[in-house]
Write a protein that binds this ligand. Structure first.
Ligand SMILES: [Zn+2]
Length: 230
């Protein structure tokens, strides 16, 4: 049987593309301090570096995510670029007088994990397609966050994290006045601090003040001491 040349070329391109994508991370626990030390050389710092009251609950470190799968090794810290962490601290400061605090659900995301996410959910409205461009999470200049009260109790928001539906939209169309107040305060604090909203996900904020960063390659997990599975 003979394949037309165009189909053969397409097959080859697809195979080459797949080979270029990274393998998943190993899931054995890692030493947080060692990762933080290595990440510093790549302009990635803990998200709470400038405000330790910012907490993290990385949903991909657990099965509490839409995929029901652990994707980050235990001990993996929430990281962001230095300027992004500074802006997050400014937003948290603005929220505290309202009795609210930032909880980070995802921040720097190793390209190894981005590729896995895309393979599980191939809709680049919600998961950026690495074959076109890497997610801003892979550069440490995007954060997924929600709010807690000052005691750390998670607040109700328009939807759960990674609810890939219309309820996830940044523009709240529900009727709960408490949720409306919180999402308005969150968006004002984040935009005042220099972040931009993402219209399809209320929890996602971009720090686009260094566009040149996005022209280069993202930082792979392997570079900061997160071994991959091959
Ligand atoms: Zn995000």
């Amino acid at each position: 049987m003979r394949f037309p040349a165009a189909i053969l070329l397409l097959l080859l391109a697809a195979l080459t593309g797949c080979r270029a994508m990274p393998a998943p991370l190993k899931l054995e626990p890692v030493k947080t301090d060692a990762i933080i030390a290595k990440a510093a050389a790549h302009d990635l710092v803990p998200v709470g570096k400038y405000d330790p009251s910012i907490r993290q609950d990385l949903r991909y470190s657990t099965t509490s995510n839409v995929f029901g799968r652990v994707l980050y090794p235990a001990g993996f810290p929430a990281l962001a670029t230095g300027p992004t962490a500074k802006k997050l601290a400014a937003a948290n400061r603005a929220l505290k007088p309202h009795g609210l605090r930032i909880l980070v659900l995802d921040a720097y995301r190793p390209p190894e994990v981005q590729w896995q996410l895309f393979q599980m959910f191939r809709d680049d409205k919600f998961v950026a397609d690495p074959r076109k461009k890497w997610s801003k999470h892979c550069y440490g200049c995007a954060v997924d966050i929600t709010l807690t009260d000052l005691s750390g109790q998670e607040a109700a928001m328009p939807s759960t994290f990674d609810d890939f539906s219309k309820k996830a939209a940044a523009r709240y169309t529900g009727t709960d006045p408490a949720i409306r107040r919180r999402i308005t305060l969150l968006q004002k604090a984040m935009t005042d601090a220099g972040f931009s909203l993402y219209e399809d996900e209320w929890w996602h904020f971009n720090d686009l003040t260094r566009p040149a960063l996005l022209n280069g390659p993202p930082t792979h997990g392997a570079t900061i001491g997160l071994p991959s599975s091959n």
